[in-house]
Design a protein around this ligand. Structure first.
Ligand SMILES: *Cc1c(COP(=O)(O)O)cnc(C)c1O
Length: 410
């Protein structure tokens, strides 16, 4: 039977203090104890259900964490102030000085910068590999490797990781498989496929309204407890905890994620097919031409579609910029980084979100200058959007060139 993440979220039942249909927000940074003994026990980690201080945990953060754990089908989860505030502690908890990581070379720019420039300061080194080649991953594993790190659907090139295959490799070598699932919530369930830890930036699709930041680490109870340990827990000590008010607001948005993902996916699929038919170089996992199409079709929960992200290549950065400015002027979306908003967002990753990656490496991984990354919005009339986009493309002269036969389109 296929896994149904939305059902898992809907089956949770939390009431507010006065019978409210939403759980009460714990508007406190610290919590009282009836006895000093209980406070001591809580610091020792032996007082289940007691709250101590909101950097450690709060009822609101726990509600959101439990909902996300239900979505990812992990034992539990802990929420953090940002996506990077989840990724960095998860890695730091698992790796010590001298340890090694094998990571996909096409990952979020911030994660790449952390692994490449910052982790080496703590003598944690990373080998970056082509994640679509599991044999390259296995070949990069050495005696000090602790973690294999990837994204289910990678940023910005939309490469698909074979999480099932990677899980087989990491189990064989006794490593942890960490998967950032930010681009494909609901549609991919990495823990079901063999990931040990699932990470998200909640800032993107999951919250979906571009009004807040957030992150989550989903994993085993044991790992999440370690992260929150007052003596050596990376979440507790690095300090990127989520505030209660934010946790409550994200929980409310999470409830509509399945509906939003279906609409993002349907709109992106429509545009990807049109763009490709028009002769534009289009990358979208839902297209048969995508090298990972069969793989993702096998791995995904099909009812949520192939996601809201697509890229096109318009040849040069100048053309990309011109087109994005015009599309913004025509209100087809915003020239902005980030993703998962109700409006379409577009940016040129080579000069923005992936600019941490040196130009030479960008070239090698196929991140070309003229690449535009789209996070397709929730447009109710995507055909109209397409017609307007096409007009913009013609005006700036990027439109290739399966010329218009149907004049109603122009
Ligand atoms: C945005 C993003 C992050 C970082 O999340 P923040 O909330 O910005 O800290 C990590 N991974 C991916 C894939 C992202 O898109």
């Amino acid at each position: 039977m296929t896994f149904k993440p939305a059902n898992k979220i809907q089956d949770l039942q939390y009431f507010g203090e006065f019978g409210g249909v939403n759980p009460s927000i714990s508007d406190s940074s610290t919590y009282t104890f009836l006895s000093a003994k209980k406070m001591f026990d809580t610091f020792e980690g032996n007082a289940e259900g007691c709250y101590l201080y909101s950097r450690h945990s709060s009822p609101s953060a726990l509600y959101l964490g439990e909902a996300l754990a239900a979505m990812e089908d992990t034992e539990t989860a802990t929420v953090t102030a940002t996506g990077m505030g989840a990724i960095v502690p998860a890695i730091m908890q698992l790796c010590s000085a001298g340890d090694h990581i094998v990571a996909s070379r096409t990952i979020y720019g911030g994660t790449y910068a952390f692994l490449k420039n910052m982790a080496p300061k703590y003598n944690i080194t990373t080998t970056f590999v082509d994640i679509t080649k599991p044999e390259a991953v296995e070949a990069a594993i050495g005696p000090n490797t602790k973690v294999v790190y990837c994204e289910s659907v990678s940023n910005p090139l939309l490469e698909i990781a074979d999480i099932a295959e990677l899980g087989t490799i990491t189990r064989k070598h006794n490593l942890k498989l960490l998967v950032d699932n930010t681009f494909s919530p609901m549609s991919v369930s990495p823990a079901k496929l063999g990931a040990d830890v699932v990470l998200h930036s909640l800032t993107k699709f999951i919250n979906g309204s571009s009004d807040t930041m957030g992150g989550v680490i989903c994993g085993s109870q044991e790992f999440i407890d370690e992260l929150r340990n007052v003596n050596d827990g990376a979440c507790m000590l690095m300090g990127a905890s989520m505030d209660s008010l934010r946790a409550a607001s994200i929980l409310k948005n999470l409830r509509t994620l399945h509906i939003r993902m279906k609409q993002h996916s349907a709109n992106a699929m429509y545009l990807a097919e049109k763009f490709e038919a028009d002769g534009l170089k289009t990358v979208y996992p839902g297209l048969k031409s995508h090298p990972g199409h069969e793989l993702i079709t096998r791995l995904m929960n099909p009812q949520y579609g192939y996601g809201g992200m697509l890229t096109i290549d318009v040849g040069s950065l100048e053309k990309a910029n011109e087109l994005m400015e015009l599309m913004q002027e025509r209100n087809l979306g915003y020239l902005a980084v980030s993703l998962g908003f109700y409006k379409t967002l577009f940016s040129a990753p080579g000069s923005s979100t992936s600019s941490e990656i040196p130009e030479e490496e960008q070239m090698e991984m196929g991140l070309s200058d003229g690449l535009i990354r789209f996070s397709i919005g929730l447009d109710n009339d995507i055909e109209r959007t397409y017609r307007s986009m096409r007009r913009c493309m013609k005006e700036v002269g990027v439109y290739p060139i399966n010329e218009v036969t149907n004049s109603s389109i122009v």
